[in-house]
Ligand binder design. Structure first.
Ligand SMILES: [Zn+2]
Length: 74
């Protein structure tokens, strides 16, 4: 039972952080290139994105880090 609660709390924290990051990026204008707001529930396009956060713009494909800054091409 304690484990179930711990997992639930951990999931809630992850969602709260994701929502906060999204709100901050959108407050700054969303995508740095086309100003499209970022979605809350992202589909990570890479392991890096899944692990560190960040978005791929749905409109122009610009990759952003979790603060909404454009990533340099790798
Ligand atoms: Zn864009």
């Amino acid at each position: 039972m304690a484990i179930t609660i711990s997992v639930f709390v951990a999931v809630m924290i992850v969602f709260a952080i994701a929502a906060k990051m999204q709100a901050e990026v959108n407050a700054r204008g969303g995508c740095p290139k086309c100003q499209t707001p970022v979605p809350r529930y992202r589909k990570p396009s890479s392991f890096r994105q899944a692990f560190f956060g960040g978005w791929m713009c749905e409109n122009c494909g610009t990759e952003m880090d979790r603060k909404g800054s454009k990533l340099a091409p790798e």
